[in-house]
Design a protein around this ligand. Structure first.
Ligand SMILES: NC(=O)c1ccc[n+]([C@@H]2O[C@H](COP(=O)([O-])OP(=O)(O)OC[C@H]3O[C@@H](n4cnc5c(N)ncnc54)[C@H](OP(=O)(O)O)[C@@H]3O)[C@@H](O)[C@H]2O)c1
Ligand SMILES: *[C@@H]1O[C@H](CO)[C@@H](O)[C@H](O)[C@H]1NC(C)=O
Length: 318
């Protein structure tokens, strides 16, 4: 990785730097032939991921980005040319908190006069589905933050995150389970033709953020839709079976059976259920294509089959 300390290079502040998306942003910018200074924000600069980033030249700053810490957020954004922001719904499952923190970070960036605000948004499913699926809070909240950012007047780009390839490998209720010796089933409440923008997030999400920064086709006011490959669930399963040599079948199950199988509390299971049904009926990106967003990438993205080949499935296909 090459990250500069040279003060003539743009300063990029990365929220969530120890996570999947923020870490990927650092990876992609350090691959660039352009130079960047990077300031990474984490609550814990002593954890191994943070230490590794510091060793690679990222300036680590310890800060908890909560609503009562707005002054610390402004301080952390000070002198930045670009900020990348992601919020983490799954840590607290509180959409009001996610929206408040997202808006606080937009206000902080506005207060320090940021050059470019890059936000990891998602669609407002309640709006796109015209109220049919009201409970997908991790999408709806991010949609609300996007709207606030657009109206705030700051230079704002929405780099929406695709469907993590690891979901089918590590999320309960969404990974293949063994039904009998040598046979596995992936059981979901949608049809196998459901198309998803699947992305190997740590490897490729940041590539799209780099594109938003470096490519003149993007920039303030634009939207980037990330995807390693747009692929149907049925094709994902058949490729997984072929590459691993296992017998894996796809089954469409009822909504109720799916919710029970997730083992999640009712309201979270409902959120996951509605998100899948929305993806089937409306499309993950509300029917928008990812083609334009892929046109100026600095290198190819990993496909689903690339991800399958580079992953050890022994803990899943046991
Ligand atoms: N799974 C999917 O398919 C999918 C698809 C699209 C979008 N998403 C969204 O992705 C988001 C999570 O992103 P991720 O995967 O990059 O998360 P992650 O790997 O779990 O990392 C979360 C990052 O956020 C930081 N963070 C969290 N709360 C913070 C706070 N209060 N102050 C400062 N830093 C904080 C953490 O830093 P420290 O812990 O080091 O402090 C960490 O770096 C979720 O909101 C989810 O909805 C997921
Ligand atoms: C959702 O729709 C309502 C009603 O049209 C609108 O006021 C709101 O701004 C929309 N929200 C988002 C996040 O698009």
């Amino acid at each position: 990785m090459t990250i500069t300390q040279d003060s003539s290079a743009p300063l990029v502040v990365v929220v969530g730097v120890t996570g999947n998306q923020g870490g990927s942003v650092v990876k992609a910018l350090s691959e660039s032939d352009k130079s960047y200074r990077i300031r990474g924000l984490t609550r814990d600069t002593t954890k191994p991921t943070a230490r590794a980033l510091a060793a690679a030249g990222v300036q680590l700053v310890a800060v908890a980005l909560t609503s009562e810490n707005a002054a610390a957020a402004r301080e952390a954004f000070k002198a930045a040319d670009i900020v990348f922001v992601v919020t983490n719904y799954w840590e607290h499952l509180d959409v009001n908190r996610e929206v408040a923190e997202g808006k606080m970070l937009i206000d902080a960036a506005k207060a320090v006069g940021i050059g470019l605000f890059i936000w990891s948004g998602l669609e407002s499913i309640i709006n796109v589905s015209h109220g049919k699926y009201p409970n997908v809070h991790h999408f709806n909240g991010k949609g609300e933050i996007t709207e606030y950012g657009r109206q705030s007047g700051i230079p704002f780009v929405n780099v929406q995150s695709g469907w993590y390839a690891v979901n089918f490998w590590k999320l309960d209720g969404m990974k293949p389970t063994r039904v009998e010796d040598g046979t596995y089933v992936l059981a979901l409440p949608v049809g196998p033709q459901t198309l998803l923008p699947v992305i190997d997030t740590p490897n490729d999400y940041g590539l799209f953020v780099r594109e938003a920064i470096e490519s003149p086709e993007f920039g303030p006011g634009s939207e980037v839709l990330t995807s390693g490959e747009d692929i149907t669930i049925g094709d994902m399963i058949s490729q997984l079976a072929e590459i691993t040599g296992k017998k894996i079948v796809y089954a469409r199950i009822s909504d109720g059976d799916f919710m029970t199988a997730t083992g999640l509390p009712h309201r979270i299971a409902l959120e996951v259920l509605e998100s899948l049904k929305y993806h089937e009926e409306c499309g993950y990106y509300a029917g928008k294509t990812t083609a334009d967003s892929r046109r100026h990438l600095a290198r190819p993205t990993r496909t689903w089959s690339d991800f399958v080949r580079s992953t050890d499935w022994s803990s899943v296909l046991v």
